[in-house]
Write a protein that binds this ligand. Structure first.
Ligand code: PRP
Length: 215
């Protein structure tokens, strides 16, 4: 079970031994991109299993080969929103567990000179606000990109929004608390700080480049 971080009430930290083990391999600079991507997806799947614990279900009946059984189905349509491009690197892992989820996309990159977010693409289900939304991005650094994505979703009327993230800086978690105090950041690790280039320390480098082999 994830734990609420004592210093960051908006963060749930997923410190399961399997996640810690895989995250250490992800951080290793020698891990090649194919393995990096595989591990990222595996961690995303493990986190999603717990994040989905809070989804509402409704009772239904199902006919087995023997008799009528009572069962449950998820009540709402769930939408994953990977923040392009690195968020894509976690989606297969989530979808392998939860193939019914819909996938919307928000494209945001961080301007390298100013570290401010620039939105360049958005395609979401028309009724995205009808159910829970999981913003997916491996990195939460300054929090600028995530804050922009959440603000977009709130403007569209989304009420149940959570973030699934791999590594966050304390600065990013705090910024999210200020930007949207209803948003829970589900994270595998909260690292030490940002450096002068606004990179997470120790972090894992540029997730997008490591996922897609573009370094
Ligand atoms: C990275 C990362 C986040 C963002 C985090 O994306 O995937 O989206 O930076 O930084 P922030 O919290 O300071 O906004 P990047 O801008 O490198 O784009 P990419 O995914 O296309 O590589």
């Amino acid at each position: 079970m994830p734990i609420r971080h004592p210093d960051f009430p908006n963060a749930k930290v997923f410190d399961h031994p399997l996640i810690r083990h895989k995250l250490t391999l992800v951080r290793d600079r020698r891990t090649p991109h194919a393995e990096f991507r595989r591990l990222l997806n595996e961690i995303a799947g493990l986190m999603t299993y717990e994040v989905c614990r809070e989804l509402e279900t409704v009772e239904m009946e199902v006919e087995t080969p023997v008799a009528i059984a009572r069962g449950h189905r998820l009540r709402d349509k769930v939408t994953l929103v990977p923040v392009l491009r690195a968020g894509i690197g976690m989606c297969d892992g989530i979808l392998s567990l939860f193939p019914e989820a819909r996938v919307g996309h928000i494209g945001i990159y961080r301007d390298e000179a100013t570290a401010t977010p620039v939105e360049y693409y958005r395609k979401l289900p028309r009724d995205v606000a009808s159910g829970p939304v999981f913003i997916v991005d491996p990195m939460l650094a300054t929090g600028g990109s995530a804050a922009k994505a959440v603000a977009d979703l709130r403007t569209l009327g989304c009420r149940h929004v959570q973030m699934i993230c791999l590594v966050a800086a304390p600065e990013g978690i705090r910024r999210m608390q200020e930007a949207d105090d209803q948003l829970i950041v589900n994270v595998a690790a909260i690292d030490d700080r940002l450096n002068e280039r606004k990179f997470i320390v120790p972090g894992l480098g540029d997730a997008g480049d490591r996922i897609f082999g573009t370094a």
